[in-house]
Design a protein around this ligand. Structure first.
Ligand code: ASN
Ligand code: ZN
Ligand code: CA
Length: 327
């Protein structure tokens, strides 16, 4: 008889976390029976198939190869809970079906990815297999690619590709704040835990995306020709400005300083409203070819639906697009 259990695990990046597991005979597996049966597998440095389902003799996890799996299994659960409890979406497709995670992909593989074909997310172990790419914001970023695929299906190139990437950064960040984990309380940085640059700096910054050396802060006519992980910059910047406003701010010990294209001053409407506006736009008005200009129109429609077209929220959304040079 298989039963749903709450175990616990020592993660790589989020401290000690609860894990939803399944008891099978005298052992336990990383199978989340409360979230569509989401499973976590060990690829053991392989690059195809599912490898082995994580199995343990007790419900206390985190030794050796399990450590990255704890992050991945926890990240999928928190992301599931965020979509369900904050946005009213049950599972990636909204139908309650779980996905699965694969950890220890390849050798020294410095990436993580979502794949529509397997309906699964996969994590490398990073340089020298020393820093798995399993932090909570990265897990939520990858799982959110699944949500985008099954909603607006933003084409992964040009401006729509940048909006696709930004959608994953936006919800990855919203999940981190939602989790309010003691070692991972939430910030507007992406991948700050995985040390992908080897010097402790994050992969991306939402307050001022150009701090990474490649991302754009503002829309321009050349935006569609840059890599989608850099053309996401203006939309990430939009989300930061809409949530927190322009100028300097210290939040949870992190300093932010967010400029505007027209030197306008934006007063944020808060992250929760910004998150709901983006999600409503994504699931109601974005299409596979939505570009930045169309995203402005779509989020304004979403804001009118949620808060009315004479609301402060509506005016702030309009002013914030203008502040990243989308008119
Ligand atoms: N980690 C990357 C991402 O999710 C993989 C890719 O380039 N698609 O964006
Ligand atoms: Zn991505
Ligand atoms: Ca983060």
């Amino acid at each position: 008889n298989e039963t749903v259990h709450t175990g616990s695990g020592t993660s790589t990046y989020s401290g000690t976390v609860p894990l939803t597991t399944t008891q099978s005979g005298s052992s336990y597996t990383l199978t989340d029976g409360a979230r569509g049966g989401h499973k976590t597998y060990d690829l053991n440095q392989g690059t195809d198939g599912t490898g082995a389902l994580f199995t343990n003799s007790s419900d206390v996890w985190g030794a050796g190869r399990q450590k990255a799996a704890v992050d991945a299994h926890y990240g999928a659960a928190v992301t599931w809970d965020f979509y369900k409890n904050v946005l009213g979406r049950t599972g990636i497709k909204g139908d309650g079906e779980g996905a699965y995670s694969r950890v220890h992909y390849g050798n020294g593989y410095v990436n993580a990815f979502w794949d529509d074909d397997c309906f699964c997310m996969t994590y490398g172990d990073g340089e020298n297999n020393a820093n798995p790419l399993t932090s909570l914001d990265v897990a939520a970023h990858e799982m959110s690619h699944g949500v985008t695929s099954h909603t607006a299906n933003l084409r992964y190139s040009g401006e729509s590709g940048g909006l696709n990437e930004a959608t994953s950064d936006i919800f990855g960040t919203a999940v981190e704040f939602y989790a309010n984990n003691s070692t991972d309380a939430g910030d507007y940085l992406i991948g700050e835990k995985i040390d992908i640059n080897g010097d402790g700096t994050p992969l991306r910054y939402m307050d001022k995306p150009s701090k990474d050396g490649s991302s754009r802060d503002y829309w321009s006519s050349s935006l569609g020709s840059v890599d989608v992980h850099y053309s996401s910059g203006p939309a990430n910047h939009f989300f930061y400005l809409l949530s927190e406003g322009s100028g300097s701010k210290v939040l949870g010990g992190v300093s932010y300083n967010s400029p505007t294209y027209n030197n306008s001053k934006i007063t944020g409407i808060g992250r929760d409203k910004a998150t709901k506006i983006w999600y409503k736009a994504l699931t109601t008005y974005f299409t596979s070819t939505t570009n930045y200009k169309a995203a402005r129109t779509a989020t304004l429609k979403a804001t009118a639906d949620l808060y009315g077209s004479t609301s402060n929220e509506y005016k702030t959304v309009a002013n914030t697009w203008t502040a990243i040079n989308v008119k």
